[in-house]
Design a protein around this ligand. Sequence first.
Ligand code: HEM
Length: 448
Amino acid sequence: MTDTMPDNTSTSVSAEEDLLPIVLRTPEMEMAEIGKGVPAASELSIEEINPVNAHLFREHRWHDHFARLRAEDPIHFNEIETAGRFWSITTYDDVRAVDGNWQDFSSAAGITLGIKLEDLPPEPSLPIQPFIAMDPPDQTAQRKTVRSISAPKNLRELEGLIRERSVKVLEDIPEGEVFDWVDTVSIELTTLLLATLFDFPLDDRRKLTRWSDIVFAIPEPGGVVESQEQKRAELIECAQYFEGLFAERRENPGFDLVSMLAHGEATKDMHSIEHLGNLLLLIVGGNDTTRNTMTGSVYGLNKYPEQYAKLKADPSLVEKMVPEVIRWQTPLSYMRRTANHDIELGGKQIKKDDQLLMWYISANRDETKFPNAEVLDIERENAAEHLSFGYGVHFCMGSRLAELQLRVVWEEILERFEDIEVVEEPERVFSSFVNGYSKLMVKATRKK
Ligand code: HEM
């Protein structure tokens, strides 16, 4: 333990707001102000296109903006006040090339568009980056601590539990009534699983949903959070809550993520607030993403009814549908990297400290890789080559778990329901990072 690292067994996270510095105006906030009412891509000059715009995602209008970038300027430059210089990487091959190259393109300065490095507040005394925002070898060591959660043996053991819970949630679906699929099914199931992975008190599980929702929320009046200060206060509550669980698991370890972090070589000496980064990574990783794919699958199959009909006629197609839905939905629109030095990429001169956004959502619509990319095609040959889980050393640690959840829930849906009918267009999350749904009203018809 170093001088700067307080003894984690005696120091509480309360009254430690200075350990969790906040940025009062983030690039997402700036873009939410200036991006409102942006016209269709065809009405803009190529220089004016800037896809980091939560409005484009809430209004589901991002498609033509990325299509133009892929066709005319695949590595595209923008500069805004808070973030400074950044590049949008939009084709399949380029996204893979950047994601696969951690030596030149670092994760250590953050994984979402952030404020200019020179404007960053001074480093807090304790680092709270999750390992997704680190480079090897630190990232490798911390990833090792928790990776067994998605090892094949554990997945086999979890499958029964996932099936049991899926059946229970599906059995409770109201008959003949219109209800919100997001809250009743997607959130409920993914949160139940996440609570299991943390061995988190089940009665409090909606706290996990709340923390997951606020991490990337852009403050706005009446929004998920109204200010950055409110977000910080709630995240401190999260750290405080987990502090209790850490204390318990240090004494009585089990096979769960908290015990793994409390006892892992690379993480065991961390202060509670330092754990917050990895906790939030696992909460968002294990929750938002799978939740939004689960909702996306219902929405997508309704949008392409011939695909739904094919699936109903042959439920064994679920296996193929899962990667295709994950491609089509792309629950995280992008991940960011930062250039370690000046470097040329696709004929563009990237400068040291420039940010690069690897737009998975655009790579997954790249027609040169996925013909008719906009269409959900549950028999698509190369669907599994999508980039929704990233590529390279940070490749999603929970990918198999997410696929398992989706497969099981659809096997059980097809077993019980004649139809899950979408009755109105969904409401979507206000974010250019999390590509998801806040509401999807549906009606379920059970098999006779
Ligand atoms: C459909 C569901 C999911 C999607 C689309 C998704 C997507 C991603 C993406 C894009 C990355 C970054 C990859 C990169 O930078 O190259 C990532 C990393 C990660 N994901 Fe997922 N994820 C999903 C589900 C999950 C689940 C269920 C968990 C945990 C239980 C999880 C835990 C993680 C972790 C820990 C990392 C960081 C890995 C590292 O930095 O080494 N994810 N995920």
